[in-house]
Design a protein around this ligand. Structure first.
Ligand code: FE2
Ligand code: FE2
Length: 162
């Protein structure tokens, strides 16, 4: 059985993951309206992934005989700036999420909850990959600078994300 404390921390994490999904969907909408369909596609994929993360924890809580209590999800921002600023915002957000995953892992260690530690290892690896992917896009955006043609090419590349 999960401890009450761990269960509530996992419930909080579900809300963080679903807020991430919400944030990226709002960014997707911004890109749709900015004639950058590739960036919008990438953000919608990100939305799906984050929803999947939330559901992974949802399933885990039940597998451990726990109960999911859904927390309120905040309203994401509506207005965004340049693609570079948006991707910097994504990186900052992912770093915050990495912090919450690490805090959960610390709690699992403190409670000698080995199963939760193993489950969280997947998330720790995932956060490293996500941050790396975003850093790469930021670097490409910096290279592109103000060149519209470069931005269109990057948009096409992001649109090819499977
Ligand atoms: Fe996530
Ligand atoms: Fe993420």
């Amino acid at each position: 059985m999960l401890s009450k404390k761990m269960q509530s921390a996992l419930n909080q994490q579900i809300a963080h993951e679903l807020y991430s999904a919400y944030l990226y969907l709002s960014m997707a909408s911004h890109f749709e309206a900015s004639s950058l369909p590739g960036f919008a596609h990438w953000m919608k994929k990100q939305y799906e992934e984050e929803t999947g993360h939330g559901m992974k924890i949802y399933a885990y809580v039940h597998n451990r005989g726990g109960h999911v209590e859904l927390e309120a999800i905040g309203k994401p921002p509506v207005k965004f700036k340049s693609p570079l600023e948006v991707m910097n915002q994504v990186l900052e957000h992912e770093k915050t999420v990495t912090g919450t995953i690490h805090a959960l892992y610390e709690l699992a260690i403190k409670e000698n909850d080995y199963a939760t530690q193993v489950m969280l290892q997947w998330f720790i690896t995932e956060q490293v990959e996500e941050e790396k992917t975003v850093v790469d896009i930021i670097e490409q955006l910096k290279m592109v600078g103000d060149a519209r043609a470069g931005l269109m090419m990057l948009d096409r590349a992001l649109g090819a994300r499977g």
